[in-house]
Ligand binder design. Sequence first.
Ligand SMILES: [Zn+2]
Length: 247
Amino acid sequence: MALFTALRRDPDLQGISFLQLMTFTRLLSPLKNDIILCQPITVSTTDPPAFLPPSIISFVSEATGVPSSAIPKCWALLKEEVWALPKPELSNDEELFRTYGWKVGISNCFLLAKASISLFPPMQECRNAYCARINAIKKSDCRQVVIYTLGSGVLPAWAVHLYCPDCNTSYRHNFSVQDGIRTYYGDTPTYIQIGEHQFSERRLVGLWVTSMLTAWVLAGSLLRLYNMALSQQQERDFAVGGWQFEL
Ligand SMILES: [Zn+2]
């Protein structure tokens, strides 16, 4: 009720439709890690922060058509709902992310959706048992990668590394690195890193392994088959998002 009252009474929110607010909520839900990363270390990583980063405001304003001046009020009204939403599985929002998100370094993380993905480490805090740090890690490094998927072809994505300055541990999507030693997190991730800038969907790796074991298909043949039949490279303009390297 507070939402509808605010929409009716607040002059800054008048003219904003319910559909725009639904899109606002849906687009921000998968960007929780991006929102947390830009907050001061004193801000909780489990609760929605009071403010959105400028790049997120710019993106969601352009994607929804809501004036950027009204975004902070929309966030104040809807942040609890955004935080409570489970990871959505959507595909219709791909165009909004591609058009408005890529240019400011934002991609979504819908599992198996036909959109680009942000691959964060699965934790926000340092997990080194010998490290005294208790605050969330904020030092990060983003790099462009591609993901080979079974159903959606090759997708552009961002791999985000978090770095603990107290113990010099770098946390990646699949593993952490300290003193040159990789430590894998243990569970089998949905996306497995197979090269410096390449990840592959776990199901696709399974298909490759099964093809080699049961049908004696050579790795080179599997590569050609994927490029010709499954990659969907011809349908995507990766240069729009600045992905310049070869797939
Ligand atoms: Zn540490």
